[in-house]
Ligand binder design. Structure first.
Ligand SMILES: [Fe+2]
Ligand SMILES: [Fe+2]
Length: 303
C-alpha cells in the first residue's frame, strides 16, 4: 500500500521537538487571569450582550479550562488506541512502529500537561469549574465502537487542533501568552499525529468491504452525536461555573440565550471545525465519496 506521508519523516520531525511539561507550566510560568485565554472565534462571548466585559472574560477562561480538559479527556482514549495500532508493527517495520509509539508517548505527555494546566487554573480561578466525565467511562464507550469509527474521530480531532491553532490562535495578540504557549507546543506535536492518523485510517480500511467502510463512517457520525450530547451538558456546567464565579444568577431569558449560543459555539469548536476540515474530508472521500457528501452537507449544522 502507498501512503501520502512517510513514517520515517513523521518520526524524525517528532524527534526534533522535545519540550517538557515542566518547561510550559508551573513555577514562574503562571496564567494571567486579567486576559482572555481562548480566541473569540471559538469562545463567542460577544454574542452574549447581557454579560459585562469582565463576565465575558470570565466565561472565556471557563471555556479555555474546558477546552484543555476535554483535550485531556479525548487523549485518554487516543493513547491506548494508538498503542494497540502500533503492536503489529513492533517487529519488522521500525519507522512505522516507532512513529506510532512516539505519537502515543506524546499523547501521554499532553494528558500530563493538561492535568498540570487544570491544577494551575484551579489555583488562580477563585471558584470550581466542572467538566464532562468520568474520562474512563467516556474512553470505554468510545473504544467499544468500530475501529474505523474511532480512527476517523481521532483523525477529526487531530485536524481540528491544526485548524484551531492556525486559523484562530497563532495571530491572536489578545490572549494570555502562557495559555497560547500551551496551544503552540501542543500543535507542534499534533502536526505529525494528523498525518499518522491519515495513514492509520488508510491501513484499517484497506481490507474492508464497502459495507464495512459504510458502517465505520456511520459509527463516526454516531460518535459525533454522542459528543454533541455531551457538549449540551458541558454548556450547563459552564453556565453554573460562570454564575458561581460572577456571584449572580442569569435570568431565565438570559440562560436560554446563553445555552443556545454557547452550545453552537461548542459545536463549532469540537465538531464542525473537524468534520469540515479539507484534509479530513479528503480521507473520508477516498473511502466513500457518498459519505463525504453526507458529512459535508451535515457540517453547516455545526458551524
Ligand atoms: Fe495531543
Ligand atoms: Fe494528537
Amino acid at each position: 500500500m502507498t501512503y501520502q506521508y512517510s513514517f520515517k519523516d513523521c518520526l524524525q520531525r517528532a524527534e526534533r521537538i522535545n519540550w517538557r511539561v515542566e518547561d510550559l507550566i508551573g513555577g514562574d510560568k503562571t496564567l494571567d487571569f486579567s486576559m482572555p485565554f481562548m480566541p473569540e472565534s471559538l469562545a463567542r462571548t460577544a454574542e452574549l450582550p447581557f454579560l459585562s466585559p469582565d463576565e465575558k472574560r470570565t466565561l472565556n477562561q471557563i471555556r479555555g479550562h474546558a477546552y484543555l480538559a476535554i483535550f485531556g479527556l479525548v487523549e485518554e482514549f487516543i493513547l491506548p488506541f494508538v498503542v494497540k495500532h502500533a503492536c503489529p508493527y513492533l517487529t519488522g517495520e521500525e519507522y512505522r512502529a516507532r512513529a506510532y509509539l512516539e505519537f502515543a508517548a506524546e499523547e501521554a505527555k499532553h494528558i500530563h500537561l493538561f492535568r498540570r494546566f487544570r491544577q494551575a487554573f484551579a489555583e488562580g480561578f477563585a471558584t470550581p469549574c466542572d467538566v464532562l466525565g468520568p474520562s474512563e467511562d467516556i474512553a470505554a464507550n468510545v473504544l467499544s465502537r468500530p475501529t474505523l469509527s474511532v480512527a476517523l474521530l481521532t483523525l477529526h480531532i487531530e485536524w481540528m487542533t491544526q485548524r484551531h491553532y492556525l486559523e484562530s490562535v497563532k495571530d491572536d495578540a489578545e490572549i494570555d501568552p502562557q495559555f497560547k504557549s500551551l496551544l503552540l507546543h501542543h500543535w507542534m506535536e499534533e502536526q505529525q499525529h494528523a498525518q499518522l492518523d491519515s495513514m492509520m485510517v488508510r491501513s484499517i480500511a484497506a481490507d474492508m468491504s464497502g459495507e464495512q467502510i459504510q458502517a465505520g463512517i456511520e459509527g463516526y457520525l454516531a460518535l459525533g452525536a454522542f459528543l454533541d450530547e455531551g457538549l449540551k451538558y458541558q454548556v450547563l456546567y459552564d453556565l453554573v461555573a460562570l454564575e458561581r464565579a460572577c456571584g449572580r444568577r442569569l435570568s431565565f431569558e438570559e440562560s436560554e440565550a446563553f445555552t443556545a449560543a454557547q452550545h453552537q459555539a461548542n459545536r463549532w469548536t469540537y465538531i464542525g471545525s473537524g468534520m469540515s476540515h479539507p484534509q479530513f474530508l479528503e480521507t473520508v472521500g477516498e473511502l466513500s465519496p457518498t459519505m463525504r457528501r453526507a458529512i459535508e452537507s451535515a457540517a453547516p449544522n455545526f458551524s
